[in-house]
Design a binder for this molecule. Structure first.
Ligand SMILES: Nc1ncnc2c1ncn2[C@@H]1O[C@H](COP(=O)(O)OP(=O)(O)OP(=O)(O)O)[C@@H](O)[C@H]1O
Ligand SMILES: [Mg+2]
Length: 242
């Protein structure tokens, strides 16, 4: 994977708004093929962290280093990573046009476009809905489309912010399958969730964020069996974390 934009190393990130520190001295890395679940109470800074890593907002201080030469910055960085939000964001076009548009943006040439779109639609279970306006799909179907679309161009990393929060168990499972499949094929995943079952099912690494800081990170098994911080212990017990 010589042309991957990973590993990503974020060092000493700080993000302030009007003098309030929302992300505080946070360092994290994302290596190729990893699957990291970001956990932490409401307001901890998880969404901000994802937005910082994806480049939607700029840190007040600290560095975000991608493994890409200066000549490939900009477009390559944007093409090789994708982000999925809690609520599906779709173009006012057909299901298929949404996938094709994303693939073009992700750099697919005319030769590979058809097959890649086909395969993404099949993986999302939406091949027979291809001509339907995307906005007529149910929310669960829309989110499946969004995830399949984000993965269509085989990005190096996909960030997801509570992508299954409002979905039924079957849709959750379909999206989890898409993520597992993509991860097995080499896409690194960084997923924010409050669904502990999902975190256990999917996460290889856990990053636990509390009050804008990364208070704990490491292998999922040891995190769940023996969390080191009071905050993580309380969070896992379902207690209010202050
Ligand atoms: N632009 C902003 N201006 C001021 N405060 C902000 C801004 N964006 C986020 N915050 C605050 O930063 C904190 C972290 O927000 P963030 O959305 O990252 O939390 P979160 O961990 O994703 O929480 P949740 O689990 O509820 O989604 C919150 O207290 C939020 O109110
Ligand atoms: Mg959030």
């Amino acid at each position: 994977m010589s042309d991957s934009i990973l590993p990503l190393a974020a060092r000493n990130l700080r993000y302030e708004v009007n003098g309030t520190v929302l992300i505080d001295d946070l360092s994290i890395s994302v290596v190729p093929g990893s699957f990291t679940v970001v956990l932490g109470p409401n307001g901890a800074g998880k969404s901000l962290l994802l937005r910082l890593l994806h480049g939607l907002i700029v840190p007040t201080s600290g560095k975000i280093d991608w493994s890409v030469g200066a000549e490939l910055r900009g477009r390559t960085l944007r093409q090789r990573q994708a982000m999925v939000f809690q609520r599906p964001v779709l173009l006012r076009r057909s299901v298929e046009a949404n996938v094709r548009y994303a693939l073009k943006w992700q750099g697919a040439g005319p030769g590979e476009l058809k097959e890649a779109a086909e395969s993404a639609l099949h993986r999302a279970g939406l091949a027979d809905r291809r001509r339907v306006p995307a906005r007529l799909l149910s929310v669960g179907e829309q989110q499946r489309l969004v995830v399949a679309r984000a993965l269509a161009g085989k990005p190096d990393v996909l960030f997801l912010d509570e992508p299954t929060a409002s979905l039924d168990p079957a849709s959750v499972q379909q999206i989890e399958s898409l993520l597992i499949e993509a991860n097995a094929a080499g896409t690194a995943i960084v997923l924010v969730t409050h669904d502990i079952g999902q975190a256990r099912r999917l996460g290889h690494e856990i990053a636990f964020v509390h009050r804008g800081r990364l208070v704990e990170s490491g292998g999922a098994e040891s995190f769940f069996s023996d969390p080191q911080s009071d905050a993580a212990r309380a969070y896992l017990k379902g207690e209010i974390v202050v």
